[in-house]
Design a protein around this ligand. Structure first.
Ligand code: ZN
Length: 298
């Protein structure tokens, strides 16, 4: 089962958020029919959004947008406090030759551009911070974002391992957040730990839990678990919401759809869910539309 843990060391020098997201990444792959490099890129962003959203509460939301100029196009992911995450990659069918054996060219597929993070914290105005994409490998870019835009000294690691058929075999990640007042000795010890770790997808592949991952990042420092949250790929779309969208097309557009007599299929961009409307449904929705301003007045 996928979940996320929040942990802190005994001396309150750092926090570690760690997640296993194999199911989340695989669900996203199936829903969007992504090819390997897109599967890896989307899986990393989904995991990154979950980690950055580890401290969300109530109705809080976090949205990560990776707007690169590479063949994948935009990658947009949002997560909530309940560990529900959804997202898509603009071009799921991208295939690039591997330059390094076994390593998917995610950075090349993402390209350069901007990475932005929007924190929507209940009643407050949403806050968005952006940075230039540094490598396109996602983890380094999120680290760069945390350090420069949010001034939080951090190390982020993300990994998605695929099986030979292209399915997700293991996916996970961690975010090490250094708290104010942490001394140089602690920092250099953590740096050494993180530098010597195997890739996080290998840890997950060999059965490591989020607690195990956090423990390996912490090394000789003792940590306590602050909480666990299940992680699931779950969208916020539902049929009534799609109906409202159709109604908002207005009388003229909806009238054309009804006249065409083919019904309608609406696909949610975030999760790939398809909503079908037969002519009868559309006729009912047409009655709820309002004529566009500037149309016939009398
Ligand atoms: Zn959806």
């Amino acid at each position: 089962m996928d979940y996320l843990v929040r942990s802190i060391d005994r001396d309150r020098n750092f926090r570690i958020f760690a997640a296993v997201t194999t199911g989340v990444a695989e669900t996203a792959r199936v829903r969007h029919d992504t090819w390997p490099v897109a599967t890896a890129a989307l899986g990393r962003v989904l995991t990154g959004a979950l980690l950055l959203g580890a401290n969300l509460k109530g109705q809080d939301m976090i949205t990560v947008r990776v707007m690169g100029d590479g063949p994948l196009g935009a990658i947009v992911v949002s997560a909530n406090a309940g560990g529900e995450v959804r997202g898509y990659v603009q071009e799921p069918h991208v295939d690039l030759p591997r330059k390094v054996e076994g390593k998917l060219p995610v950075g090349e597929a993402v390209g350069r551009g901007t990475l932005s993070v929007t924190r929507d914290l209940g009643l407050k105005e949403p806050f968005t911070g952006s940075v230039e994409i540094v490598t396109g490998e996602i983890a380094q870019d999120l680290t760069h974002y945390l350090v420069t835009s949010e001034q939080v000294p951090s190390a982020v690691s993300l990994g998605v391992l695929l099986n030979s058929g292209g399915g997700v075999r293991a996916s996970g990640g961690f975010w090490l957040e250094i708290l104010p007042g942490a001394g140089e000795k602690v920092l250099s010890a953590l740096e050494e730990n993180v530098g010597n770790l195997p890739p996080v997808s290998s840890m997950v592949d060999s059965g490591a839990t989020p607690e195990d991952i956090a423990g390996m990042v912490a090394g000789r420092f003792q940590i306590g678990i602050l909480g666990r949250t299940p992680a699931t790929f779950k969208c916020t779309c539902y049929r009534e919401k799609v109906e409202d969208l159709l109604i908002s097309l207005g009388e003229e557009e909806m009238g054309k759809l009804v006249e065409a007599g083919d019904g309608a299929e609406v696909r949610c961009q975030f999760c790939g869910e398809k909503y079908f409307f037969i002519g009868e449904d559309l006729g009912r929705l047409l009655k709820k539309t309002v004529p566009k301003p500037g149309g016939q007045l009398c």
